[in-house]
Ligand binder design. Structure first.
Ligand code: NAP
Length: 295
């Protein structure tokens, strides 16, 4: 296919290279031209504007830093909206706001163009190795047309329906999971080190028990189904354990803000009579506070 690619940073470079390897004809644009030149030797045409990258393409990818960058390349005389043919599709892979995704959906529809929101999971090394996990949402026919392109940049694809911004919500949710996991790791590594355990030793334990373990998958299934009874591990005991974590932290002067928040969630759950449910029943608190019922 004839494809435009706008945004050749750490992620975009690697994604564009994989599209070339898959046999697609690329016209690339990057604000700093040197990064676009790097792809010329691999067979890409270099465009002077985002508009030129979009012109004549069946689809144009964008992989920019943030909302502001994507707005800059999308609107205006030199922008993608002005260049893309009717019926051609903008594949938006940057991590952006839900609001901008909705504005772009509207703007492309008004211009008779398609918009598929397609953020990705995976770091630049995964992009290079074609190991990204790709999300896609948009009109069914548009998603099907660009499916071979999305398959050329990753190891798997999750389609989230016809409303493009759904995949931005899913991407941001995934990044929040990662961010809380990073903070939880940061807190327990500080706690264990302060109590004299070498980081290397705790990392070995972490790798054996938690990394690649079914634990996270199991608890996500419980929260997704809302099935908290019978308890595999009672919530009141979960409260005891997070309390013990905070005691060990307090005695060694290790602040653990996430642990404090989680303890308060357990206190609330017990106060509401949920102590005998599974400790994953924190899922009920979050759902109820969001005005949701049982899944
Ligand atoms: P990056 O290396 O910083 O590249 C950013 C790209 O945006 C560059 O092409 C940059 O152009 C362009 N840009 C920035 N501001 C611009 C503007 N005002 N106008 C036009 N172009 C502009 O970032 P990245 O790591 O590739 O990330 C790209 C997107 O993917 C982000 O939304 C990020 O959140 C998301 N993401 C990143 C990762 C990761 O691990 N890195 C993983 C998944 C998703 P210049 O070269 O001229 O600066």
């Amino acid at each position: 296919m004839k494809i435009g690619f706008v945004g050749l940073g750490n992620m975009g470079q690697a994604m564009a290279r994989n599209l070339i390897k898959a046999g697609h004809e690329l016209t690339v644009y990057n604000r700093s031209q040197s990064k676009a030149e790097a792809l010329r030797s691999q067979g890409a045409r270099v465009a002077k504007t985002p508009r030129e990258a979009a012109q004549g393409a069946q689809a144009v990818f964008t992989m920019l830093a943030d909302d502001h960058a994507l707005e800059e390349v999308s609107w205006g005389d030199d922008g993608i909206l002005a260049g893309l043919d009717k019926g051609a599709i903008h594949i938006s892979s940057s991590t952006i706001s839900v609001a901008l995704s909705e504005r772009l959906t509207q703007a492309h529809a008004q211009a008779g163009q398609g918009y598929v929101s397609s953020p990705v999971f995976g770091r630049p090394d995964a992009a290079e190795a074609k190991q990204l996990w790709v999300l896609a949402a948009g009109a069914k026919a548009d998603v099907e047309r660009v499916r071979p392109l999305l398959e050329a940049i990753g190891r798997g694809l999750t389609v989230l329906g016809e409303k493009p911004s759904a995949s931005n919500v899913a991407k941001l949710s995934g990044n929040f999971l990662i961010a809380t996991m990073i903070e939880a790791c940061a807190e327990v590594f500080a706690l264990t080190r302060k109590h004299g355990i070498e980081a290397k030793t705790f990392l070995e334990l972490y790798q054996s028990v938690f990394a690649n373990s079914p634990i996270f998958g199991r608890y996500a299934s419980l929260v997704a189904s809302g099935q908290y009874e019978p308890a595999g591990f009672a919530l009141r005991l979960g409260l005891k354990d997070v309390g013990l974590v905070l005691q060990a932290a307090g005695s060694a002067h290790v602040p653990m803000p996430i642990a404090s928040v989680v303890r308060d969630q357990y206190v609330e759950a017990v106060a509401r009579g949920m102590g005998e449910q599974d400790w994953s029943a924190l899922g009920t608190l979050a759902a109820e506070k969001a005005g949701l019922g049982k899944p």
